[in-house]
Design a protein around this ligand. Structure first.
Ligand code: GLN
Length: 201
């Protein structure tokens, strides 16, 4: 059972990908929805709003505890921001989950290219992955043990780090759930199978 954090943002797109892959899923809005999960997806949306709603709903601490206990997680865009240990260009009261030792910059691509598409070489996937960036963050620092899986290939943001993995946690600046290519989700599901974790609240 895969959870999809559903306090705000693009939940439906991830549900459709998991449906296509024949994977059971459940929306996570309250603490009890974490029970029995083998993995969780944090969707795109607006990270500061998600942070506020997580705090107000009492889900912030239980989610941090679940990630610390070993619940595998995949964050897209705002989900990547939430998983980070440090966030630049955010609100001073925004909280993050600290599951990935990375520094991300919100809305990093600037106005001219703030939304764009690119085909990315993605470590572990054998042909280029189409990527949709929507007011996306990029990764400015990766800590020890964090593997860079993809960078922007060309253009003004060439070289920017946009996909990372550390242990059971995967994050992309972009939205594979919007392209019809399920291979990044399949990579996450392989991590989930390998972890063999079931969360108990
Ligand atoms: N710019 C958004 C944020 O800072 C993220 C955008 C997205 O998830 N597509 O939260």
């Amino acid at each position: 059972m895969i959870g999809i954090l559903a306090v705000q943002g693009g939940v439906r797109e991830h549900e459709l990908v998991l449906d296509e892959l024949g994977v059971q899923h459940r929306q996570v809005r309250r603490v009890e929805h974490l029970n029995g999960l083998s993995g969780i997806i944090l969707p795109g949306g607006e990270s500061t709003t998600m942070s506020k709603l997580l705090e107000l709903g009492g889900l912030l601490r239980p989610l941090i505890d679940a990630l610390t206990s070993g619940l595998p997680a995949y964050g897209t865009c705002a989900g990547m921001i939430l998983l980070a240990s440090e966030v630049l260009d955010t609100r001073p009261d925004a909280r993050c989950l600290g599951a990935l030792d990375i520094t991300v910059r919100r809305n990093a691509f600037g106005r001219q290219v703030d939304s764009f598409e690119a085909d990315l070489d993605f470590h572990g996937i054998d042909s280029p992955v189409p990527a949709v960036f929507i007011r996306a963050p990029w990764v400015e620092r990766v800590g020890d043990g964090v593997e860079v899986l993809a960078t922007v290939p060309s253009g003004p943001a060439s070289g920017a780090v946009v996909a990372v993995r550390s242990g059971r946690v995967l994050a992309t600046s972009f939205h594979p759930e919007c392209t019809g290519d399920a291979r990044v989700h399949e990579m996450f599901l392989a991590m989930v199978s390998e972890a063999g974790y079931v969360h108990e609240v």
